[in-house]
Design a protein around this ligand. Sequence first.
Ligand code: HMG
Length: 481
Amino acid sequence: MTRSITNGSSVGIDAIAVHVPRLYMDLCGEWANVRASELGEATVEGLVGKVRKGVGVEQMAIPDAHEDSATLAAMAAVKVIEQAGIDPRDVGSIAVGTETTVDQSKSIAAYVLGMLERRFNVELREAGAPQFQFACIGATYALEAAVNSFRAGEATKPYALVIATDISKYPLRTSGEYTQGAGAVAMLVSKNPRLVALDARVLATITRDERDFFRPNGLSTAVVDGKYSIDVYLDCIAEAARLYVRRAREALELENAGIDDIVDDFLFHIPFPRMAEYAALRVLGEAWRADDSRRAALAATTPLVADPESGGANRRAFEKQLAQDPAFARFFKDRIGPSLSLSRRIGNIYSGSMYLGLASLLEHAEDRAKLRGRRVGFFSYGSGASARVFSGVFVDPESYTPHVRALLAPADEGGGRIPLELAQYERLHGGPAAGDVPLSLVQPAASTVRPRNEFALVRIGTESSPSRTDVGYRYYDWVAG
Ligand code: HMG
């Protein structure tokens, strides 16, 4: 059984919970029928094939008018606290990673703190509540800060709460549209964690000043150079993976070990599931090309492995060939595949995507108990651009409470998921009708489905007087079912 690399004490993820909106858009029905011609596809089947197989998604979670990054975060936080069975007063800090914030100044974590206080009828005023922003990698930086506070002996309470929350939105009728999604992942960080003990001294970071994807102030949809964003992701992840391997070899005293000797299960940032395949081909392709015995084993089925240009001009061709190799296909199915299942039905949730992959692995592993003692690699990426590779070892995977698959089940199978019609989805995508008023001051539109047993954005403040000013302030309440 593998042991985690520690700096004296074991710190990591004690529990994890996911929340996604109950509304979703199916990408294989009405949406595809209408969009095929709008997106210039020759046939509806062509678009469905591209979205399902080429990109890897089937459905996207869509927030209702009363949901935003703060309500999603608070819902995930309630779930993780309840599932872990802890007293919320044992949480010493709440950190949120998001790139779709609800206010230009106030931290979403402070809003979440208030919602938790009201929900659990407790006082959390001694907790820190910062927000971390760096595209999809913000939550990873938040996680590192929480972990380091325990490692440094600065944590005053047994748990820190780290929440990744986002709503991914691109303009309609663009190729970004089918890579949207929404959701939040909440994690409890602690000493002697029940779920994953994170390795110390192996974290590898690469950061470059890039224009691959961004969202200028005032825009609700992201600006993206799609193909370029893929290239930047792959370059940064591959470089961070090389650095990680150097550090892990040293920490584990495993000279010459490859990434797949060190890491058992791979969690990539998942803007869409195919991206994890591109990343695996890049990271493993590099490792396998550099290893004599692997190269020999691949020679018959992936002849380009011997091409001196397979890391340069012929890299794409080599990776396409490797994708068809039975050894790679088996590796991908066993050691990466289970982490992608939830994303197919939820879409990109930006900062939470890789952590949704962790929940997916826990829910879709053939035998969850067998994850115990396996090293899990985290390949985190945020546009703009930063990649971080780190790892941990599963402690007691059975401490995880499966809940996401059930959440995604249709209502007649006991789940609560509700499909949207195209017109409903497009109305929600448009957001509140702005007119001359800045969007952040517009009252939330009528919900598509009335909120029940959830936090909801109930109104936006309108007062501006000497005694009270709350113009644009967001009010959240628990709405019982
Ligand atoms: P696209 O126009 O759909 O791309 O845009 P495509 O035409 O290259 O097609 C994609 C794949 O579908 C190709 O596969 C096609 O062959 C295949 P490949 O050749 O690569 O193996 N295909 C088909 N397969 C089966 N049946 C068919 C069929 N037709 C075509 N009928 C793109 C895709 C991802 C560029 C677009 O959706 C986009 O711009 N999305 C948003 C940007 C994005 O997600 N970038 C990812 C990297 S950056 C990142 O991850 C950070 C991010 O999460 C933000 C953050 O950090 O905050 C985005």
